[in-house]
Ligand binder design. Structure first.
Ligand SMILES: *C/C=C(C)/C=C/C=C(C)/C=C/C1=C(C)CCCC1(C)C
Length: 266
């Protein structure tokens, strides 16, 4: 049974925690959307695209979390001891969301890097292919097989292969690119790379939560996984977008002080 299918009922505490977490995530994504749209005018024209993509990411996530929140409301029968009807909770929203937002997070990143068109295209192509492979291999584990069973571990491991490749590219290739960036922007991009690796690295850990719960999936594992993914999504999308905004501002100031030609040469 998948984590969700194994849930028969929640305690009041578990219900309150999830309710508040989904609510907070919808609000956080929606607030971030407004912020990124508004902040576009504060950066130089060439970096506005990165803020638009940041807004797109959190906008798409706000919508999906709203649907998840609604599904959660429909699945729990508060009047009969928080009984849980797993058929009303659609887990696929999260993976559908990641399929759209993860490649966009990469677009956001390259939009603040000084890359040639060729470099940009090659970077995005290989990372997007790896992302699709990672999610396509992770989904069956998450939703279609026995949680804690052999297949759960197999899908998780298979999904980790393209993930390891993504980490490799982000660490080494991105590291080389960042080294060529000027002054303060280089420090900020270094921090962004760390945030990226730390937040993305959190997802496979969340995937392992049901295993830590002794292999016997139940409401506890369900709550752990959902709270974990909410926190991961908020930091990897809204938090990351805020860092991209700071980088865009710093680089815009460089453009303003050194003029266009110097900034273009950097
Ligand atoms: C905004 C959403 C983001 C940044 C989602 C990232 C998701 C991952 C890095 C997921 C990775 C997984 C593994 C490496 C193995 C287990 C299955 C996954 C899909 C949770």
């Amino acid at each position: 049974m998948s984590v969700i299918a194994a849930v028969e009922s929640l305690t009041q505490g578990q219900y309150d925690l999830l309710y508040n977490m989904f609510s907070l995530t919808v609000a956080g994504m929606a607030a971030a959307f407004v912020f990124f749209v508004g902040a576009r005018s504060q950066v130089d024209e060439r970096y506005r695209g990165s803020l638009l993509v940041s807004a797109l990411v959190v906008g798409v996530a706000a919508y999906h979390y709203w649907r998840i929140f609604e599904g959660f409301g429909a699945a729990v029968d508060v009047s009969s001891g928080y009984a849980f009807d797993s058929t009303k909770f659609n887990e696929a929203y999260r993976y559908a969301d990641w399929l759209i937002t993860v490649p966009l997070l990469l677009v956001e990143l390259v939009a603040v890097l000084d890359l040639s068109d060729d470099e940009r295209a090659s970077f995005l192509t290989k990372l997007t292919i790896a992302t699709v492979a990672m999610l396509a291999l992770g989904y069956p584990g998450e939703a279609m097989v026995e949680t804690g069973g052999t297949w759960y571990a197999i899908w998780g491991t298979l999904s980790s292969i393209p993930f390891a490749y993504i980490l490799y590219v982000l660490w080494f290739e991105l590291g080389d690119v960042i080294e060529q960036e000027p002054g303060h922007a280089q420090t900020l991009l270094g921090n962004l790379r760390l945030l990226l690796l730390a937040t993305w690295g959190f997802y496979p850990i969340v995937y392992c939560i049901p295993l830590l719960a002794g292999g016997e999936p139940g409401a506890g594992a369900f709550v752990g996984v959902n709270v974990g993914y909410c926190i991961a999504d908020l930091t990897a999308k809204a938090g990351y977008g805020i860092m991209i905004y700071h980088i865009a501002r710093t680089k815009s100031e460089n453009v303003a002080t050194h003029g266009d030609a110097a900034a273009a040469a950097e």
